[in-house]
Design a protein around this ligand. Structure first.
Ligand SMILES: C[S@@+](CC[C@H](N)C(=O)[O-])C[C@H]1O[C@@H](n2cnc3c(N)ncnc32)[C@H](O)[C@@H]1O
Length: 219
């Protein structure tokens, strides 16, 4: 399936901006499951790939992370980086938000990260970028560190099948019509030799199917 180029993704999300937060109606049930399985109180730091407006980061920092824990987010969209920085400025030097060139490289020290998270981003990357993302997450995480992901996933109920028929049709016409996102099975990208399973669940919210995956880095 065609995917947006990094430049096309930047252009789309620069225009979409704060409207991303209106997707909460179907995203929040899945991201709540993710948060519940990330053992965040024990994390010294969190790295988020594709942080959007910083809404998820704010939730982690406010509700789950320890008072000393730090957060680093990256995003390809200038608008998103600006919105996330504004939203998270209240956390001072515990937070950094970087603008990326769209490459799935993390640019962090190997083994330096306790949690890597990404919600509704991998489903708009090419398969090659998703594989590189998993390699980068493995290199970045400390031994036993957790990778937590949410993405749009193939339909598995009657209602979601109907809805996703329309969604994938639009994506085939032009990926930008659905923000570049198409259903993917995250579990297909998890190499069991490198990752130990912790949690894998599929849910449907308002007819939209999502997959939530948490895996631990094997040393
Ligand atoms: C569907 S939004 C999800 C935003 C946020 N994670 C959330 O759950 O609300 C996708 C986000 O990924 C960002 N993005 C898309 N491609 C990217 C890439 N190659 N590298 C970094 N960020 C990317 C977009 O700019 C946008 O902020």
């Amino acid at each position: 399936m065609r995917t947006l180029s990094h430049d096309q993704a930047r252009t789309f999300y620069d225009r979409f901006g704060s409207r991303q937060d209106s997707q909460a109606f179907y995203e929040d049930r899945a991201t709540t499951l993710l948060v519940d399985h990330l053992e965040l109180a024990a994390a010294r730091n969190v790295f988020e790939f594709g942080c959007g407006t910083g809404r998820f980061a704010e939730r982690l920092l406010t509700e789950r992370m320890g008072p000393e824990a730090t957060y680093l987010g990256v995003d390809v969209s200038t608008t998103m980086v600006t919105l996330a920085r504004e939203r998270l400025v209240k956390y001072g030097d515990r937070v950094e938000v970087r603008h990326s060139d769209g490459s799935p490289r993390f640019h962090v020290d190997p083994g330096s990260v306790d949690r890597v998270v990404s919600t509704f981003v991998l489903d708009l990357l090419s398969e090659a970028d998703i594989r590189t993302f998993f390699d980068e997450a493995h290199a970045a995480l400390a031994s036993g560190g957790l990778l937590g992901l949410v993405s749009l996933t193939p339909a598995f109920t009657v209602l979601s099948r109907l809805l996703m028929l329309g969604w994938t049709g639009l994506h085939r016409l032009s990926p930008a019509l659905v923000g570049g996102c198409r259903p993917i099975a995250l579990r297909d990208f998890v190499d069991p030799a490198r990752w130990a399973p912790r949690y894998d669940e599929r849910i449907v919210a308002f007819g939209i199917p999502s997959e939530v995956v948490v895996v631990a880095k094997r040393s």
